[in-house]
Design a protein around this ligand. Sequence first.
Ligand code: PEP
Ligand code: MG
Length: 763
Amino acid sequence: MSIEKTRPPHGGHGDQGITVLLRRMHDAVALEASAQQRLDHLTKAIASHVVADVCSIYLRRPDDDLELYSTEGLNREAVHKTRLKWGEGLTGLVAESHRPLVTDDAPHHPAFAYRPETGEEALHSFLGVPLIRSGKTLGVLVVQNKAARKYSDDEVEAAQAVATLLAEISASGELLSREETAVVGEMLHRPERLKGIAIVSGIASGRAVYLRPPAPKHNVFSSDVAGEAARLEEGLNNLRASVDAMIAENASLSGVSREVLETYRLFAYDRSWKDRLRAAVFSGLTAESAVEQVQNENRARMMQARDPYLRERLHDLDDLAHRLLRFLSGEKNGGQRALYQETILVAQQMGPAELLEYDRDVLKGLVLGEVSATSHVAIVARALKIPMVTGLGEAINRCEEGDEVIVDGDAGEIHVRPTSDVIETYRSKRELQSERQAAFASEKDLPSVTKDGVNVTIMMNAGLAFDMPHLKETGAQGVGLFRTELQFLVGSQLPSVSSQEMLYREVLDLADGLPVIFRTADIGGDKTASYMDHGKELNPAMGWRGLRMAVDRPGLIRPQLRALLAAAANRTLYIMFPMVTLAEEIDDARALLDREIERAERQNKALPNDIKIGAMIETPAAAWRVGQIAEKVDFLSVGGNDLAQFYFAADRDCERVQRRFDPMNPGFLSFLRDCAVKAAKTEAPLSYCGEQASDPVMAAALLGLGITNFSMPATAVGPFRRMTRSLNAGHISQWFDEILPQPRESIREEFTAFLRVNSVVVE
Ligand code: PEP
Ligand code: MG
């Protein structure tokens, strides 16, 4: 078989092949004939274009069987007779796995299923690609050859491009009969329950807004080539004008940010991109289908690029293509999406700053492709109490723009287009939840003391003034971690000293005398501010961030310290430094603070009554030498999110590796215990402010390790207090003496059983 190669993303050699095939497909679909005849012509067009002995199209039926709908090369009597179960035979395997399958020895493949009526025994080579639309397999395109040969990656890619188009046509009503199209529509729109991973608890419902263009509801082919070409031209003009306007609005940007925008503009004006879009339109595609076709080719090419910079550029190209599609659909503004009154945002990825840009009154829930519980977007979502589910992978595409969606952030699943039964179930679940919240609220003034008399301090984490009312609602004893960087991430420029001071003063006022520990801006890692030039870092989490950046760039931290000193005038100020690695770094940070104190004194400004300095213990180096760090500060706080990331060498933003390492690993717990023991020998109290404290089983373990001060998301405070009051920390500590030295990946199961036997309330 030889399928013409797709072109490189921009430029590259002329490519008549795919254009010719598209035109043939167009002609087949436009035929005045029965649906079956049109489909047969299409199969023929593909088969004659590729040097294949057999080309077949299988379509999915409502019972999920795959039925042979058309073939060129197999016995024609088999059409509408041969059926394969989902997962049966090579074709069924392609459907089930949603992936292409290639083999040069089909008869000996373990999944091979022989169907005598097709006469396919003499065929050795097999290439099957799924017809995917909105994340669902609608059928399979199969190409076979007698000779044993290996299909190349390019051939597989090209077959995928044809399959994408076939899936589009199947759903568009341009190919199948009206009844068949209705069956496909039914398949695409049936209710679904998708299992993922719970990241932020709570239940939300609303309509899906996809942070990618919706699956297009437009025709694939058009007979009015001139009209489509004119629409394309107009769309491109609008797109370019919008990119120019965006660059003009951000004229003050410099460095990398500027470069990124300029590259973006270059792509928008790229001549060969336009030429390829026009060629696709002239082959008979609608302008929208042309954009998708060209973008599919780009994606296939760029996904293979080794150069991470090039791969990154794929986002630019995707974004441009999406904007162009929106302009083509008549939207005036190709940028920001309009939201529903109750919106569920669905996206493959999202950063914390991006999330903060959305209107919180209408944003009810989040469904993200792959993020971990300790990623910053998750932390922000938790702070905003926006239920969130992740880990859906490709299944994320199964919900379409405007679909009704329920996000269950407790069970870690979403319901797309739920039935009335499911809606009703969730309505009562929500009621139960509010009862549970009410029960926790009624316990908020109960002392947090363990059964064996250990006093536990429970504070909460915050990052926005918006969080502060949770103090009273939960009965938290203060803010143990105020992530000041959130203010830095929202705007398009560094916040002014006065706006920082205003926020800190407001927060202190709202805390009403309870302590607030302000962590200086921990920018870097996944928390990049658009106006900061971070340079190119391969490992940003271990790069220039936190205290490292602060001491190198006093221009960032000194105004912040100035704002903190002013806001806390005549009160106690707690300042905490993030990402401390060596004790000596504290000296540098203190020196900057001293300079700000002197400055305030010179200007006769009122100062705080007392200033307490803290260090975050979030690198193994700091945990190992916690005693030395303690000598230089007033208090310590373990940032378990980062500490676990560095202990396991597992990116906290990568769900795949996060799932591999449970913080309830006895090695990590021993490491934490060692750190707590070392800290206990110093004057500086140690607390724990990582997200792990919101996992009740892990939180119970932390109490057993001897940690007694905590700061956690507001939602975790109630369950944590209840758990604390039901356990005996001494018993856990003894049990740990025995169990922690033993080799285990995780002690979660045995520890959960231990807690259950001892009637500890973990829910
Ligand atoms: C941590 O690392 O545990 C922490 C609390 O800081 P952040 O999550 O903001 O990095
Ligand atoms: Mg951290």
